[in-house]
Design a protein around this ligand. Structure first.
Ligand SMILES: NC(=O)c1ccc[n+]([C@@H]2O[C@H](COP(=O)([O-])OP(=O)(O)OC[C@H]3O[C@@H](n4cnc5c(N)ncnc54)[C@H](O)[C@@H]3O)[C@@H](O)[C@H]2O)c1
Length: 439
């Protein structure tokens, strides 16, 4: 058994630490956030699959140490870096967290250690940023210490795959580094996929997430096209996915969210520009996806107007604020932007989300309301398909529903769907659009 270290104990780092330790390795977890370290130590850290309480038990047994002190890295044979890689205010990559974590390692680096970058980033980060900082220690990569890149592909909320059962791509720029990390990760991850070079591994992650962003953008564009052509895009997708080969369904929605899909493609297009390559697919996809919240809000305001309720007098309830179903994470959630745009229109907005009890809105905190008062709202906007929602009950009480996720499929009621021209755009022949209102 070895001693591992994980730097950055968030959605990615803490599960990695737990799986490493549950396989029998001794593990040190380092995070700069002292409050988070204290919560993890108490076993109360709230993360899916009981990772928080599992970490607490491993800490109690002495197999795991969680700390803010980077000096604890000295005992580790393998150090995995899982710190954030956000975009800055100009939508360019912010590698400051990766840089500062690497500097801390470099100050303490000793011969024989293996460093693995896990944070999502553009091709060349491991070789051109991390390696030179580590070599400031006087040690050489591939000779004195070992260096690899392994993207985290975990899909939070996915009941079928976790960190351990999702195949793990690893790349290194020399054979010894590759073998070391394949052996170590292979000791607690079911399937390790070695590739040639750190850049290939970095690019693999960006291909996967750019693929999703581009396909979601395409189907979002198609949904708007269907609205104009009086076609129901959801029925089209359901029919198309009966083809047993050559088609993979993606679904429209109010935009894209989370820490990965909206950001990762922009890491790639930013890097591509450094070699004078402009990715039209990535920019077009970002443009379409980023405009979806606006499209949704324009539709809501139009529907309310048709129902005789001007926006500034309307009361709207948003269903779901997280970025995807059955998770609490609301980072980059498009629901947030839908809310802000509605508030900007003067609409009185409330939200309900069983996973997000409160939400910072500017300098204020908004709290999730109960569903007891559905009848009081002029429109219910379905934004996230949480499995806890009782859609039949909501449909039976709502005056008007705008469904951006087709979660009211097959249910009768005053429902208008995103991407469904067949109900929201129907004309009486007098040029007026029909909105099936109740009440
Ligand atoms: N969340 C996901 O679903 C997901 C999936 C795949 C990949 N990723 C990638 O994994 C990386 C980490 O994402 P996350 O969601 O776990 O982030 P997170 O914000 O949940 O956790 C990051 C942790 O790193 C800590 N940290 C920041 N700077 C540090 C430093 N210099 N030293 C030590 N700790 C530091 C923070 O306090 C925080 O606890 C990102 O690059 C992200 O793009 C995330």
């Amino acid at each position: 058994m070895s001693t591992g270290a994980v730097i950055g104990l968030g959605y990615v780092g803490l599960p990695l630490l737990v799986h490493m330790a549950e396989a029998g390795h001794t593990v040190v977890g380092v995070d700069t956030n002292a409050d988070k370290v204290a919560t993890i130590r108490s076993g109360q850290f709230d993360l899916e699959r009981d990772y928080g309480s599992r970490a607490g038990k491993l800490i109690q047994s002495g197999q795991v140490v969680v700390t803010t002190n980077f000096d604890e890295l000295a005992q580790a044979d393998f150090i995995s870096i899982c710190v954030p890689t956000p975009l800055d205010g100009m939508k360019t990559p912010d590698l400051s967290y990766v840089r500062s974590a690497t500097v801390e390692i470099s100050r303490r680096l000793r011969p024989g250690q293996t460093v693995v970058l896990e944070s999502t980033t553009f091709p060349g980060t491991t070789a051109d940023l991390v390696r030179p900082i580590l070599e400031e220690s006087g040690l050489h990569a591939g000779v004195d210490f070992y260096l690899a890149y392994s993207p985290e592909r975990v899909d939070p909320g996915n009941p079928h795959f976790d960190t351990q059962s999702t195949p793990k791509v690893v790349g290194a720029d020399d054979q010894t580094s590759l073998q070391k990390i394949v052996d170590f990760y292979g000791s607690f991850i079911e399937n390790v996929v070695p590739v040639t070079g750190t850049k290939t591994a970095e690019m693999t992650k960006l291909l996967e997430n750019t693929f999703r962003a581009v396909n979601i953008a395409f189907v979002n564009e198609l949904s708007i096209m269907c609205e104009r052509l009086d076609i129901n895009v959801w029925e089209v997708i359901d029919a198309a996915k009966t083809k047993p080969f050559g088609f993979m369904p993606f679904y429209p929605g109010p935009g894209i969210g989370g820490h990965c899909i909206p950001l990762d493609p922009l890491y790639l297009s930013w890097k591509a520009k450094s070699v004078n390559f402009f990715s039209r697919f990535i920019e077009t996809a970002a443009d379409i996806n980023n405009n979806m919240p606006r499209h949704v809000v324009e539709k809501i305001i139009r529907m309310l107007g048709t129902a005789g309720v001007p926006g500034h007098l309307a009361k709207v309830l948003l269903l779901g604020m997280s970025y995807k179903p059955d998770v609490a994470d609301y980072r980059e959630s498009p629901s947030y932007e839908v809310m802000e745009l509605l508030l900007h229109e003067g609409v009185q907005v409330a939200y309900h989300d069983p996973y997000v009890p409160s939400l910072p809105i500017g300098k204020h905190v908004m709290e999730s309301v109960s569903l007891s008062d559905i009848e009081a709202y002029d429109c219910i906007v379905a934004l996230v398909r949480h499995s806890a929602f009782d859609v039949s009950d909501i449909a039976s009480r709502a005056k008007l529903i705008f469904d951006t996720r087709n979660m009211f499929q097959g249910i009768d009621g005053p429902i208008v769907r995103l991407g469904d021209g067949t109900r929201s755009q129907q004309s009486h022949g007098d040029g007026k659009h029909v909105v099936p209102l109740r009440g």
